[in-house]
Every structure is written in C-alpha cells, then in structure tokens.
Design a protein around this ligand. Structure first.
Ligand code: NAP
Length: 231
C-alpha cells in the first residue's frame, strides 16, 4: 500500500457513494484531501470524521462542476498547490432515460459532468504533474464503456470517452511521470441509481458490488500501477 504523507488528493464527487469511500481510504493512507461536490454539509460531516480518525487536513470545496466558473476555480488549484499529487475524477451522473426519451437539458448536464469536467481537470492536473515529473490521475469510467448495447449510449459513451482519454494520456505522458488509471466498475450500490430513477435491486444481487469492495479492489489496481482496472 502506498503511504502518502505531505501529499494532497483532489477528489470530485466527495460527498457520497464511491467518492466518499475513496476519501476515507486516501485519508487513511496519509493523503490530505480536497473534497469537491455541491452538498457542503455532507462533505463537512465526512471531513470532520476523517480529520478525527486520521489527523489529515481535509478541505471542503463547494462547486457545481457543470458550471464553467466553478470548474475553472477547481482546475486552478493544480497550478497553485504543488502538494496536490493525485486527482480522482469521480463525480458523474446517469440519466433518467436515453438520447431519444430525455429532455436535452439532461444530456447537456451529463456531457458537462461526465466529459467536460474530468477532461478539464485532467488537463490542468496533468500539466502540473508533468511539469513536476510526478503525479497520478484516477478516472472513474465504467465497464459499460465496453458493452454499449447493455445501457443508454450517452452514459456508456461518456465512460468510453473517459477510458480513451485515460489510455491516451497514459501513452503520451507516462514516460514523463504521469500515471493514469481508468477504473471500470460494474453495477455498484450507490445513490446514482435512484438519482437517475433506476432501482439497483432490479439486478440479480450477484451482479451488484458493495461500494467498499469496489474502491478497495480499485486501489489494489492503483498500487500495481494498472492502466485499466475492472474491479
Ligand atoms: P453517486 O452516489 O450518485 O455520487 C455522485 C457524486 O458526484 C456525488 O458526490 C455528487 O455530489 C457528485 N456530483 C453530482 N453532480 C455534481 C455536480 N454537478 N458537481 C459536482 N459534483 C457532483 O454516484 P457513484 O455511484 O458514487 O458514482 C461515482 C462515479 O462512478 C461516477 O462517475 C459514476 O458514473 C461511476 N460509476 C458508478 C457505478 C455504479 O454502479 N454506482 C458504476 C460504474 C461507474 P453532490 O450531489 O453533493 O454534488
């Protein structure tokens, strides 16, 4: 396991679900954290618990990553804070239908959160990390990136995009000290399902991963420096 004292991880979607478990695991590994999401109260509660358990410095940043100004503010952190050595691009959403059935506003929101935001953040982080010759980016894609026929193509396409981006950045900048991991979870029990009007319990139970198991398996891949991890 990597111990990361005096290093900071910036983690998007740090208020619940997969992001909240990454926050827990990274703080216990010694990272200071910058948690980014919209629900400040939830992040403050998590931060308070993790400060108490680990003694790490946990900063809470309220930002809507679909908002251009908020995104630019968060992206600016990589140039100004040399202690940040890890970006976890985790925030993401699923839609209530598909390209034909949903309001186009939902499509725009998904593209902004699942594609534009992680790309802008990976660009800003990558630039800083390559300049210092060291740093890592974890991109939460999905196993649906590989099976387009199983799900709405806007969501699965956004995750295929993130997989491509990860592999391309790794190929182009790996030799310059940038490590990029694409994590491809299967169905995992979090709020993303009810937020998009779906019932995760409709799947056979053996298809659904527990969020703690998912993150722990993904971090094994991180420690092994895997380019793509399917937990
Ligand atoms: P979740 O429980 O719905 O959590 C999503 C996180 O993203 C929350 O912290 C949320 O915080 C944040 N977020 C949502 N909209 C945001 C916005 N506009 N600006 C900033 N933050 C925003 O989802 P999850 O299951 O943990 O998913 C995490 C990642 O894993 C996503 O990229 C998802 O696509 C991917 N994934 C999930 C599964 C699964 O089955 N759960 C499977 C494959 C991949 P606020 O609401 O406080 O902003």
């Amino acid at each position: 396991m990597t111990q990361a004292l005096n290093q900071t991880a910036l983690l998007t979607g740090g208020s619940t679900g997969i992001g909240a478990v990454y926050a827990d695991r990274l703080a216990h590994r010694g990272y200071d954290l910058i948690l980014v999401a919209r629900d400040q109260a939830r992040m403050e509660a998590l931060a308070e618990r993790l400060r108490g358990e680990t003694g790490r410095t946990i900063e809470v940043v309220r930002a809507d990553l679909t908002d251009r100004a908020d995104l630019a503010r968060v992206a600016g952190r990589f140039a100004s804070d040399p202690t940040i050595t890890l970006l976890v691009n985790n925030a993401g959403l699923s839609m209530t239908g598909d390209a034909i059935s949903v309001d186009p506003v939902e499509i725009e929101r998904l593209v902004a959160l699942n594609i534009t935001a992680p790309t802008v953040l990976a660009g800003a982080a990558g630039k800083a990390f390559v300049a210092r010759g060291e740093g890592a980016i974890i991109n939460l894609a999905s196993v649906l990136a590989l099976v387009a026929e199983m799900f709405d193509g806007v969501y699965s396409g956004s995750k295929a995009y993130l997989l491509n981006l990860s592999q391309s950045l790794a190929a182009q900048y790996g030799a310059k000290g940038l490590y990029v991991q694409a994590v491809l979870p299967g169905a995992t029990r979090t709020e993303i399902w009810e937020r998009s009007g779906k019932d995760v319990n409709a799947f056979p139970p053996e298809w659904v991963m527990d969020v703690d198991d998912l993150v722990d398996a993904a971090l094994v891949g991180f420690d092994r420096r895997e380019p793509v991890t399917i937990p």
